[in-house]
Design a protein around this ligand. Sequence first.
Ligand SMILES: *Cc1c(COP(=O)(O)O)cnc(C)c1O
Length: 431
Amino acid sequence: MISERKSRALFARAQLRIPGAVNSPVRAWAAVGGAPLFAARATGAYLYDADGNQFIDYVCSYGPAIAGHAHPAVVDAIAAQARAGLGFGASTELEVELAEIITSAIGVADKVRLVSSGTEAGMTALRIARAATGRSCIIKFDGCYHGHSDSLLVRAGSGGMTLGLPDSAGVPAELAALTMVATYNSIQSVEELFRKNPGRIAAIIVEPIAANMGVIPPEPGFLKTLESLAHQNGALLICDEVITGFRLSFGAASEKTGLAPDLIMLGKIIGGGLPVGAVAGPSRYMDLLAPAGPVYQAGTLSGNPLSVRAGIETLKLLKQPGVYERLEVASARLEAGLREALLRHEERGCVNRAGSLLTMFFGPSQVRNAEDARSSSSSRFTRFFHAMLESGINIPPSQFEALFVSLAHSDDDIDRTIVAVVNALGAASGG
Ligand SMILES: *Cc1c(COP(=O)(O)O)cnc(C)c1O
């Protein structure tokens, strides 16, 4: 048994002063139960909890830690920047540099506005789309998450799916009514919404690879058809690449599939582990933002030098040759091991993977939308999760989150993980 005395005590202490004991719901382990681990430190592929247990970590801060936790180049850059000042309320050369890196990596991005979270990126992208079209409604997909702003917290993936709350209290019905929900990988569901709401839809917003209901790759042609449908109907296509941006290649995953989105949301990786978000796109849309244009958006700590420097250093690491190939090889190895483990134990389920994002679903033989994902067995996942933890492997505490593989995961780490998976499936299949 791993020791969890301190995590348990900290959880109890946190319950008294922090709502639900956490500052973001998934950390409470509501879906899997037990005292959630409290992290003490993390380096490379390993995370250490308050009790000193070591775990091979596949949460990776939910994406930002693609170079591994606390990569020395990133940490040194942050430390140097801290000594030079934490923020100025004035622009810096660093912001220009990061904007140049992002716009040179993403074809449709003439310009980029930095914000402090993916949530803000979503709010801002919608506001631009509504201003550009003069329309109010949007289409999003069941199970896709775009941050927790009012308009986007409708059928929004992992958090709500895990807790069984499809929507949030406190979102005005009038606002939620402007958000129309389609089915991922179903063009027909999108066509129907356009047919029923002519001239009302400002934008389709989509994760080009869904990663917040477990990983669900788009089927061939799905994204391209979305793009044409949006444009035929005078709407914008917003690709939410907060997870996928710079995760599968140096740039936007949507562009890799031949898309030219009207707006792209970024976050996570581009802040190298510190708070960040961004909206990028062609000048004709980006210049709608204040002070160039009439769409207001602002932030005291937007483009703060610590996040920006951490982001620049992380992107420099990702720019090196062979990086994405290494991630692909390690992730494919893990995928193969998971599939083999399912077969070996005659466990029903499937593994979805896109680059270094993957999910093993218990139950369904195929998962291509939120309904399929919801049909998977949470109780089976829960037993698996705890068995993995006992073996020293930290995976996200929900069936509906992606595992993140980083550059720090060695072949040996992956192999140890596969052994743990085989054992976990064996142990859990009896109970
Ligand atoms: C994480 C995430 C967000 C929200 O980003 P925050 O920084 O947590 O606000 C938005 N969209 C997607 C696809 C995400 O994975």
